[in-house]
Write a protein that binds this ligand. Sequence first.
Ligand code: COA
Length: 185
Amino acid sequence: MRRCAAWASSAWRCAGPAILRALTAADVEPIVRACADPEIIRFIPAMPAPCTPDDAMRFLKLAEQLWEAGGALFAVADAGTGEWLGNIDLKALDPRGNGEIGYLIAPWARGRGVATAVTTALARWAFAQGVRRVEVLAAAENLASQRVALAAGFRREGVRRSAEDRRDGTRRRPGGLRQALRRPR
Ligand SMILES: CC(C)(COP(=O)(O)OP(=O)(O)OC[C@H]1O[C@@H](n2cnc3c(N)ncnc32)[C@H](O)[C@@H]1OP(=O)(O)O)[C@@H](O)C(=O)NCCC(=O)NCCS
């Protein structure tokens, strides 16, 4: 399978209002601003809260590590201006060759199909690279994320109980409930 790194060096235009491109230091300021959003804090337990400029800089390093491990992490950017609008990643594949897509879009860029467009594009690309299965895991109460996945062609597959720690380290329901959505090829 081709590694993502080669692909990451250039912007890749999506069908929708956004492109995927490599993260840059210029993205740090909007990342910090966006990640103060209560929805991001609520639904992405791994996101530092508050997210500092140093934390945001670490995304650049994380992107490198993910590409090395066979995954990908991209800035989602406005197709016209290149301005940072969010992040999307394909986690390192599990031992069976399955991938998981995760995304966040800045509050000021929501509601215009950006997440749907880039999720569709990344899933298609993953399949084209030979990834066998692509899934999205969304908290049961995260209806916005589930609708993004459904709009991007994923189908509900089931519920994974206690699949992830919450921010406080517990796994009690309902926070531990994760809807698993899989995209048919
Ligand atoms: C979830 C998120 C990525 C959506 O981004 P977005 O660019 O606004 O999504 P889109 O514009 O592509 O919307 C796709 C669908 O979701 C729906 N949707 C978007 N926000 C919604 C909300 N708050 N409540 C209900 N539905 C919502 C849209 O109406 C659309 O549905 P449709 O296709 O049936 O019309 C964004 O709200 C976000 O970053 N949330 C916080 C982080 C997060 O939850 N990440 C996912 C972790 S699994």
